[in-house]
Design a protein around this ligand. Sequence first.
Ligand code: ZN
Length: 252
Amino acid sequence: MPAALRVARFADGARFFHALLAEDGLVREVEGDPAAGFGPPGPPHDPRGLAWLTPCVPSKIVCVGRNYAAHIAELRQDAPMEPLLFLKPPSALLPPGAAIVLPRESRRVDYEGELGIVIGRAARRVPEERALEHVLGYTCVNDVTARDLQEIDVQFTRSKGFDTFAPLGPCIAMGIEPERLVVETWVNGSRRQSAPVSRMIFGPARLISYISNVMTLLPGDVISTGTPEGVGPLCPGDEVSVVIEGIGRLTN
Ligand code: ZN
């Protein structure tokens, strides 16, 4: 495929399909999936009337904690010597446009805008210098977190794992270089986070290699690479968007 293609996934009634996003706002259906790759685009569709889905269906979402120095400082914690990993369950996935549910167990639910890496080729113990060969593309993730529960639990499973706590999308952007991307989060039209992903402590190649030494990364799996500074709470009715230019806008 040529560079900088953006593939989203839609439902038309009971039928699910991937489609290329075009600059004119139309979508063009493509055959394929993250494992097989995508075929040539078909005729244009008007996306109105289609339901947006998450652009892939990961077997697991591997998240990285404390990966930006300024975010570590705002949490008053120490920088890790190695990547700090945790998992979000696939049941937490939420497509673009759908509502995050603030659970009754928490009094403080935060947004965390993050760059997501989508795996295209299975990765098991891959060296860092070959790690990027396993990337299909990049997406936006909101690592929604029940901050109060995170502070009292030893593990992050509960605080990060509620249903709807893994908004993902709007698309997989392929053929882009992540180094120059900037992650932003907007709440009700005001910008709350903005940081170049180059400020990550552990970059994409290091993360893929490190994680693949623990667990096999499968096509469609997502690595959420950590959030920069500026995290904050969400209130009922808020509109939150994770925006990465070159990928798109994930609004919930
Ligand atoms: Zn996070």
